[in-house]
Design a protein around this ligand. Structure first.
Ligand SMILES: [Zn+2]
Length: 503
């Protein structure tokens, strides 16, 4: 048996001012064939899983390129085509293959390509042939298109948000692909279009229960895999929105029925799933109350929409500016993206006292730059943080302290969201000495930060991220979706049917 694996992934916020080019991939994560690290990354965990299986079961594994760009704006056309063609050339050189496993994100949009993953899957099918088994893992914040389903034999998505289960989902995908090659199963995919878009964190009810019910389904024959595609609010493409994906062992009627049933169950939860969000003013009032109780661990203010993980720049200053205006102290901020300010801090050197303008430069909507006299506490060539078992590089970074305070701010050059408290300790900030931590992430931070926080407040700071579909000017979206319309399942001429395609 011969298996080819490759990974090409990013999440495109089509509203973001930050273009995505080859350097965006090279900077965030790029592994040439054979160079994938031993630790898995979010979208390339299939590499490390397949290596173990190939040794244990004595089959040939051909590794292609694995690459990931931090979410951003549209991918440059030449960049997408070059990375795609690089992988397709590697596949051609590996022929004949019994299987292809693709580690995808699923929300990549390039100039001229609304569905990069569908385009890639179709070309992989043309090269690998009809008899090859093709499987793919997706991030649930993606767009599931008919072109993808038509060209894949099996697909799944991470079930958890935060995505703590990305390795397990790769293990499931690889296992199903290998069993299909061996003729043990005959997967069929059913998809139900839930016609809704919402934020669906699984760290709390009611989504916790919904995801547990999908997991329970996977233990019931003939279900092989059950996934929920959440959709991605900031991607203006025709197929944006939530979908249920059920893969069964050759039981098409059953998978259609279950996909429809679970899809309407999810639809019934619309509007009830989001985290409680605070305005900045509310968050500061609550923070003051909490601090009055002499808490032992810091309060986390999560700037949930200035999240580079959602494709924005991550240089927003609205929460920090409000905190500075209150006179509160003992604060640490991770992070504000500002390559220019980092360059200045490095040039000035650790211990220097400088006038610094930082943050708020990428575009309107995320606050103004902050001008302050700061002490450069740290200037490092490479800062990092953990995300589960993987290590996320922040690039050249600096810590500045606003003079006369204990307010410390991490400035970085690789745009990335905040995943783990070691983002602070790794660069010398002791969070035990801080009362307030300001971080940038929608929900991925939650699993790690709940261990060290006395309270977590999700703050909607009013940035320009398209977090409310009712107010977003979607141009490409063609289907009626809740909450843009109240009853999308009734407004179409016919009740939507599950799309089912043969494997
Ligand atoms: Zn995601």
């Amino acid at each position: 048996m011969k298996v080819f694996v490759a990974s090409l992934a990013t999440e495109t916020n089509t509203f973001s001012p930050v273009p995505t080019d080859r350097a965006s991939f090279q900077t965030a994560f790029y592994a040439a064939p054979g160079q994938h690290p031993i630790t898995p990354t979010l979208c390339s965990a299939a590499f490390t899983v397949l290596r173990k299986r190939a040794v244990a079961e004595d089959f040939e594994l051909i590794e292609g390129t694995a690459t990931w760009a931090e979410p951003g704006g549209l991918v440059q056309r030449q960049t997408y085509e070059a990375l795609r063609d690089e992988i397709l050339d590697q596949l051609r050189a590996a022929l004949p293959v019994d299987a292809v496993v693709l580690g995808l994100h699923g929300a990549m949009v390039a100039q001229g390509y609304e569905d990069c993953e569908g385009d890639l899957a179709e070309r992989v099918r043309q090269i690998a042939g009809q008899s090859a088994v093709i499987g793919a893992t997706f991030d649930p914040h993606s767009h599931l298109t008919p072109q993808r389903v038509a060209n894949l034999d099996i697909l799944n998505a991470f079930l958890e948000f935060p995505h703590t289960d990305f390795v397990e989902r790769a293990e499931q995908m690889v296992d199903l692909v290998l069993r299909t090659v061996r003729g043990e199963i005959k997967p069929v995919i059913s998809v139900f279009d839930c016609r809704m878009i919402d934020v669906l964190p699984t760290s709390q009810q009611p989504m916790r229960g919904f995801i547990d019910s999908l997991k329970a389904l996977e233990h019931q024959s003939p279900v092989l895999s059950a996934s929920l595609i959440h959709g991605f609010l900031a991607g203006d493409v025709p197929e944006m929105g939530a979908r249920i994906v059920i893969v069964t062992d050759n039981e098409k009627e059953f998978s259609e029925k279950i996909a429809h049933q679970k899809g309407m169950e999810l639809f019934a939860l619309r509007g009830k799933t989001r985290m409680t969000q605070h305005s900045i003013a509310d968050a500061l009032i609550t923070t003051r109350h909490l601090l009055a109780d002499d808490i032992s661990q810091p309060i986390v203010l999560a700037d949930i929409w200035d999240n580079p993980g959602g494709g924005v720049a991550g240089d927003g200053t609205l929460i920090l500016e409000a905190l500075l205006n209150t006179g509160m102290d003992d604060i640490a901020v991770a992070t504000i993206w500002d390559p220019i300010a980092v360059t200045f801090c490095h040039a000035a050197g650790e211990g220097a006292r400088i006038q610094l303008r930082f943050g708020g430069k990428s575009g309107p909507g995320a606050g103004n730059p902050i001008d302050a006299t700061v002490i450069v506490l740290k200037a490092v060539s490479e800062a990092w943080e953990s995300f589960g078992k993987s290590r996320v590089p922040l690039g050249p970074s600096a810590v500045v302290r606003i003079e006369g305070t204990h307010i410390d701010i991490i400035l970085n050059t690789n745009r990335t969201q905040t995943f783990d408290p070691d983002i602070f300790s790794g660069i010398g900030i002791d969070i035990k000495t801080k009362k307030i931590l300001v971080i940038k992430s929608t929900n991925h931070f939650y699993a790690a930060f709940k261990q060290v926080a006395s309270a977590i407040l999700y703050v909607d700071a009013g940035t320009h991220y398209p977090s409310d579909a009712r107010r977003t000017d979607y141009r490409k979206l063609t289907r009626p979706l809740w909450p843009i319309v109240e009853n999308p399942h009734e407004t179409s001429s016919a009740r939507p049917k599950p799309q089912t395609l043969p494997s």
